[in-house]
Design a protein around this ligand. Structure first.
Ligand SMILES: [Zn+2]
Length: 410
């Protein structure tokens, strides 16, 4: 416990962080509005804001206020503050199940450079680390930014990732559990590194840069190679014990259902309704089907089948694909309805390639509504995010913004 009046610099640091967050969220914002929002005095705001202006972090804007008669004070307009987007940059790396995406964003989350590559091997921890140590500084140099402008790097991946400790508890790759990736990478590249789960990072990105989307609590339902549903409650992402919260892909949706190769149990949502499950059921239909279909026309080699092929076949009316997706979305809808009933989120964000097809969104909503309490039906808002290859990498950059800029008190 802090003694009353005992540690002024600490209070000042806390105020700096609060002011940064308020400017971040509500900019352009005037000093008076900041003071009102945070219940701080004007001198406190000035002492914190002026050094940030001097450092080139914040700038003043003269913004006409809507609806106010400024005729009585000609020439005088309220001064508002906003961050200088180019003051800092952040690098985000998304180690996804299909490949790696990197994004460089400015202080306001705008992407200034991006790259993506497929994995050349299912790398060990050490070989992936070597690759990152080489490719991250390369990527920053290619964007023609001096490395010292880059305030931090965020790295995300699926699995049980303890963002607070910077540690991988377990992920989709064998032998990665127990490694302190944030520390290991930071020591080698000389830039501070934050690590977290890929979907938790997506919530943080939406919270920082797309605040209009969010109420509270937020559930972020993400269907990819696996399925996850992470939560933000009272502004905090939920980790749970061992950072294992959010793993809805490993909740049982059909007892005695198919084996889940990720966790070893039977009937997990991931085994029944993830992209992996969709593709494997469609692949089986290619092997065992006795007549040509739209899907065989799109992809002749079952071993090369991808979710994009499957969705293209759905768009072109392939009946088998249609039936497989319909059955998968029934499971996804039931699982999401359970989240809605358990958590009662204000906002549900839904993300994933399969929701690029409109009828899949409509079916998911129907299934959810069928299985939730009537109150959840009326109070929860569902938003389908347009699928974006770089959303994960931008999420990774945003965890670095949050950790190394917003939470930082210097
Ligand atoms: Zn499982």
């Amino acid at each position: 416990m802090m003694e009353r009046g005992g540690n002024l610099p600490l209070i000042k640091q806390k105020n700096v962080s609060l002011i940064k967050k308020a400017v971040y969220r509500y900019s352009p914002i005037s000093r008076t509005e900041i003071a009102q929002r945070l219940s701080l005095t004007s001198p406190t705001i000035t002492t914190s804001v002026n050094p940030m202006i001097a450092q080139g972090l914040l700038r003043e804007l003269s913004v006409p206020e809507e609806g106010r008669d400024t005729g009585r004070t000609p020439g005088r307009r309220p001064v508002k503050l906003e961050f200088v987007p180019e003051a800092h940059y952040f690098c985000g790396v998304d180690l996804g199940p299909y490949g790696i995406s990197c994004a460089l964003t400015d202080l306001m989350g705008r992407m200034v450079a991006a790259s993506t590559s497929a994995y050349t091997d299912m790398g060990s921890y050490d070989s992936t680390m070597e690759m990152l140590v080489e490719s991250i500084p390369d990527f920053i140099r290619t964007a023609k930014l001096p490395q010292d402008k880059v305030l931090g790097v965020g790295v995300v991946m699926p699995g049980l990732i303890d963002g607070t400790a910077g540690k991988i508890n377990s992920t989709f790759r064998n032998g990665w559990g127990g490694h302190f990736l944030a520390r290991d990478l930071s020591e080698k590249i000389g830039i501070q590194v934050k690590v977290d789960n890929n979907v938790r990072a997506r919530i943080i990105e939406a919270d920082l840069f797309d605040r209009a989307l969010l109420g509270d609590p937020v559930a972020y339902f993400y269907v990819s190679y696996g399925v996850a549903c992470h939560l933000m409650i009272n502004g905090n992402v939920i980790y749970g014990e061992f950072a294992a919260a959010g793993e809805i892909g490993h909740t049982v949706i059909q007892q005695d259902g198919p084996l889940c190769t990720t966790c070893g149990n039977y009937g997990c949502l991931e085994a029944l309704a993830s992209e992996k499950a969709v593709v494997s059921q469609c692949r089986a239909s290619l092997y065992y089907g006795d007549r040509p279909t739209v899907l065989t026309e799109i992809c002749g080699d079952p071993e090369k089948l991808t979710i994009e092929h499957v969705l293209e076949a759905q768009r072109r009316g392939d009946e088998t694909v249609e039936r497989i997706l319909h059955s998968c979305i029934r499971y996804l809808g039931a699982a999401l309805a359970n989240v809605v009933s358990l958590v009662s989120p204000k906002t549900v964000l839904v993300d994933g390639r399969i929701f690029n097809v409109k009828q899949n969104c409509a079916q998911l909503l129907d299934e959810v509504k069928k299985h939730t309490l009537s109150t959840g039906r009326e109070t929860t808002e569902f938003t389908f995010l347009p699928y974006d290859t770089y959303r994960g990498a931008r999420g990774a950059a945003s965890i670095a913004v949050k950790e190394f800029f917003l939470e930082d008190t210097l």
